[in-house]
Design a protein around this ligand. Sequence first.
Ligand SMILES: Cc1cc2nc3c(=O)[nH]c(=O)nc-3n(C[C@H](O)[C@H](O)[C@H](O)COP(=O)(O)O)c2cc1C
Length: 237
Amino acid sequence: MGCFKPAPTVCGLRAADVRSAPRYTMRPFPKDHRGRAALEHAQGFLVEHRNTEEARSMNREQIPIEKLALPVFHTFDTRWMLLAAGDFSAHDYNCMTISWGSLGIVWGKPFALVLVRPVRYTRQYMDKSDGFTLSVFPEEHRKGLSYCGSASGRDGDKAKAAGFTAISSQKVSAPGFDEAELLIECHKMYFCDLDPRHFLDPSIDSNYPNKDYHRVYFGEVVAVSGTTAWRGAQEHR
Ligand SMILES: Cc1cc2nc3c(=O)[nH]c(=O)nc-3n(C[C@H](O)[C@H](O)[C@H](O)COP(=O)(O)O)c2cc1C
């Protein structure tokens, strides 16, 4: 799974990445997230999910942002994240799996960048929310992440169906998830829509057979909590 090569997409989904995920073999990927294949996929997942152990909440503690130790390529490309936006207190939110994104510094602030296609139900929540959260889960939740990356929140509470328990965040309205080992809260700062006229590498275009160019969101990282593994032990100068 190379992070620098564009993966073949099926209806915009990175099916190759899903199929090659460690310890999990996925059934054929839905061609249309609202179609029959997607429904069968979801039903199959729910049967499997009922037979698995109860989800466990994770022992997270506050991590100072500058102490976050996150292997960015590995975490996005291989672990994946659950992106959530909306208002937890109003029970009005949605989430979806992502594997494209970044973390860094811009305008003197720590930030996370995520890319969301127009067709995603999460997109409208990204547009109306003050912020978003990124959750990283233990490997045992790979199936739940795959489910949230194929089913749509238009058809029901997929986070719950996937075994994820929404919890309130500290600084943004969007929920985090209790089963996550790392939660990153981001306050939206900026967005832009990808402009194909600016694709300098011609191979980028192959990611957009439907011309559904991503909207890119920059969020200031305002809170991080996680298990001790995500807290860097070393002092950096
Ligand atoms: C591993 C994986 C990574 C994904 N990464 C992204 C991404 O970065 N951006 C995006 O728009 N969709 C991505 N998707 C697709 C969405 O998660 C998927 O379409 C989801 O069902 C959208 O749900 P929604 O309609 O409830 O928003 C990814 C899917 C998977 C399985």
